[in-house]
Each structure stands twice: as structure tokens, then as C-alpha cells.
Design a protein around this ligand. Structure first.
Ligand SMILES: Nc1ncnc2c1ncn2[C@@H]1O[C@H](COP(=O)(O)OP(=O)(O)OP(=O)(O)O)[C@@H](O)[C@H]1O
Length: 356
């Protein structure tokens, strides 16, 4: 098992940072009847899923950790079948409804209806502590279509007594306002460098490795404040001994994007744009999510850019990130961003030479 899974905290009291969020979750778990639907949001690797699992453990006891993988088939009104993978326990169900593509609306409605009308938990609970409702955890809700979000809004009102929803995604802004306003938002910010270093040192201690503080802070600075990434880096580096001067590994796809950033800054031409499109395709077919490609590209571009140009590059990146979220062909928007960057940079160079 990878360290990220093996040493993931399972109880609220074991969570090591964001103690204010932990206190709020503890208060909710102590009074489950008044718990509203929840919406966890924050950057990738900040610890959202870990906190959701700890909350479920606090609500239902160790039974919430006895998980099994399930595959369910849904039939749409037009007789199409949709297969969805889900993780279930006796108390909750976790799905990523966005996987159902255009039929996500039926999956959302059916699954909530089904779980809300199932056996009451009081009949199966042996401990007084257990909450009396079941929970549906919907991850990556930002991938849901508008129709599915509207269906979710209606369903969450109807079954509020017998079932609670926990929604989870990176950014709340991609979810419609009526769904957001029916949930208690819990923002899980990315951990700071010091918090990441502390988790790394603790993890290394548990795996009987000695981690020098310099290496821990090097990893913390290189992981983009993503704790999952930091622990994966630590595990990879531990095979070579964790010495003081050990370099932090950079992944191949990051080097590839770094090269794209260098290329498009060196030359702005239709040929370079066409070559960049090929490279973008290659990243996408290797399952690097388009938003990660865009974010990494912007980070690399900003490294060597003049300060006057930085705000507009970031602004256009945000514009195309929104387009990626709303549209369906990611490659169009990635390419459009590159074209926009080339235009901005060329204009900047022209203005610079005009001044001389
Ligand atoms: N409080 C914590 N203490 C120690 N380790 C933690 C803590 N929170 C999270 N982690 C570690 O960080 C990893 C990533 O956390 P998690 O999967 O909860 O992030 P996430 O925000 O849900 O990410 P994503 O949005 O990408 O799914 C976990 O596998 C776990 O090992």
C-alpha cells in the first residue's frame, strides 16, 4: 500500500492541521441530527477526502471504514444503460457522478432516492453514537452537468430527513448557486509549507526513516502545497536514502510543460502553435488533467516573465480555465490560451523595441 493511503488519518482527533475545521467537524458529529448537507472545497491534496472520511467515522463509528467496491448499472428513460463504480459501507455511499457523462442526472436522482428509501440505520445500529441518516458522498461535483445540478437541488430538498449529502470538489464556483446555498460550505485550504514539513517528518518517523529538516522543507516547497504529492515524493526519495543533498524529483510531464513554456516564449508563430497543440494532445492522452496542464504551464511561464505582463497572463489563464470547465473540448481552450499568450508576449516585445 502507498504511504498516502497507509498513513492517512482515520479519526478526527488524529488530523494534524487546520484545527479550526476539525473542531467544527467534531461539533457537527456530536450533534448529527442538526447536521446540514455539507460542501467540502479546496485545492487538490489539501485533505478534503481525509476529513470527510474522518467525519463519517465520527458519525457512524468504525463500520464506516468497512468499505467495498461496487459497480452499479442504471437505466435511463431512453433505455440506455450507464455503469458507475462506487465505494460503499453500511452507512454511506461514495460516487463520482460526473463519470456518467450526459446521463449524470439520472444517476444522481436514482442513487439518492435509493439510499434515502433504504433500511433505516436505527434498525442496524448497535451503538447509540450512530447517526440515524445515511450519507451520500458526491466527489468531483463540479463535473456535473447543469441539468444534473438542478436535479440534485430538487432531490436534496426532498430527502433531507433520511439522507445527508456531502459534496466535494476543488472550486465551489463551478457549482450552481442554489446547490451551494443548501449546503454548509467547509473550505479546506492547502496546508502551509511548515504544516507539510511536519506531516512529512511524522510520516518518515512512522516508516522508520530519518528525514533531515532541509529535505522536508525542500519537498514542501516543491510540491505546490499538495500534501498527497509531498508524501508520494517522500516515498519515492526514501528508496535512495533521504540524504541532505538529495534533489527533489521532478516528474516527466512537468519537464515537458517546462519545455513548452520555453518554446512558446522563444518563438511566436503559427508553426510553433501547431507544434504546441501536438504536445498538449500528448499530455491529455497521458491522462494529465487539462486544468493541471494549464496551471503548470502558467507557473512555468511566470517564472521568467516581466512583472508588467504577469497580471494579464494570469487573467487570461483564469478565463480559459473557466472555459475548460464549461466547455467540452479541452484542447481548444488550451490552444487558445497558448495563442493568447503568444499574442500578449509578441505585443510586449514590439512595444519594448518601439520605445528604443
Ligand atoms: N491531516 C492530515 N494529516 C496527515 N496526512 C494527511 C492529512 N490530510 C491529508 N493527508 C494526506 O494527504 C493525502 C491527500 O489528502 P486527500 O485525499 O484528503 O486530499 P483531497 O483534498 O481530497 O485531494 P483531491 O481533491 O485531489 O482528491 C492523503 O492521502 C493523506 O495521506
Amino acid at each position: 500500500m502507498l504511504w498516502v493511503d497507509e498513513y492517512r488519518p482515520t479519526k478526527l482527533e488524529d488530523l494534524s492541521y487546520h484545527s479550526d475545521i476539525t473542531d467544527r467537524l467534531q461539533a457537527l458529529a456530536q450533534n448529527p441530527d442538526s447536521m446540514p448537507h455539507l460542501f467540502f472545497y479546496g485545492p487538490s491534496g489539501a485533505g478534503k477526502k481525509t476529513r470527510i472520511n474522518c467525519l463519517l467515522e465520527a458519525l457512524y463509528g468504525p463500520g464506516a471504514r468497512k468499505l467495498k467496491l461496487d459497480q452499479r448499472t442504471f437505466t435511463t428513460p431512453t433505455n440506455k444503460t450507464v455503469q458507475i463504480n462506487m465505494v460503499t459501507s453500511s452507512y454511506h455511499i461514495e460516487i463520482s457522478p460526473g463519470d456518467a457523462g450526459l446521463n449524470d442526472r439520472f444517476v444522481v436522482q436514482d442513487i439518492i432516492k435509493e439510499i434515502a428509501s433504504n433500511q433505516n440505520i436505527s434498525a442496524m445500529s448497535s451503538t447509540k453514537k450512530t447517526a440515524l441518516f445515511k450519507t451520500v458522498v458526491l466527489v468531483e461535483v463540479d463535473r456535473l452537468s447543469r441539468q444534473a445540478q438542478a436535479a440534485l437541488r430538487r432531490t436534496m430538498e426532498k430527502y433531507a430527513k433520511t439522507c445527508r449529502l456531502i459534496l466535494c470538489c476543488d472550486s465551489m464556483s463551478k457549482v450552481m448557486e442554489p446547490v451551494r446555498s443548501r449546503c454548509l460550505g467547509i473550505r479546506v485550504p492547502a496546508p502551509t509549507h511548515i504544516e507539510i514539513s511536519n506531516v512529512l517528518i511524522k510520516t518518515a518517523r512512522r516508516t522508520e526513516h530519518t528525514l533531515p529538516e532541509e529535505v522536508a522543507s525542500n519537498i514542501a516547497r516543491s510540491c505546490d502545497r499538495n500534501l498527497r504529492r509531498a508524501i508520494l515524493m517522500l516515498e519515492a526519495m526514501s528508496t535512495q536514502g533521504l540524504t541532505k543533498d538529495q534533489p527533489v524529483p521532478v516528474t516527466d510531464w512537468e519537464l515537458y510543460i517546462r519545455q513548452i513554456a520555453i518554446d512558446i516564449t522563444k518563438e511566436q508563430s503559427p508553426q510553433r502553435l501547431a507544434a504546441t497543440r501536438e504536445k498538449m494532445y500528448e499530455l491529455l492522452v497521458n491522462c494529465i488533467p487539462p486544468t493541471i496542464v494549464l496551471k503548470t504551464l502558467v507557473r512555468e511561464l511566470l517564472r521568467n516573465l516581466d512583472d508588467t505582463l504577469k497580471p494579464s497572463v494570469v487573467e487570461w489563464a483564469a478565463f480559459y480555465e473557466h472555459r475548460i470547465a464549461m466547455g467540452s473540448k479541452e484542447i481548444f481552450h488550451l490552444e487558445a490560451f497558448v495563442a493568447k499568450y503568444m499574442a500578449l508576449y509578441k505585443k510586449y516585445l514590439n512595444d519594448l523595441f518601439d520605445d528604443f
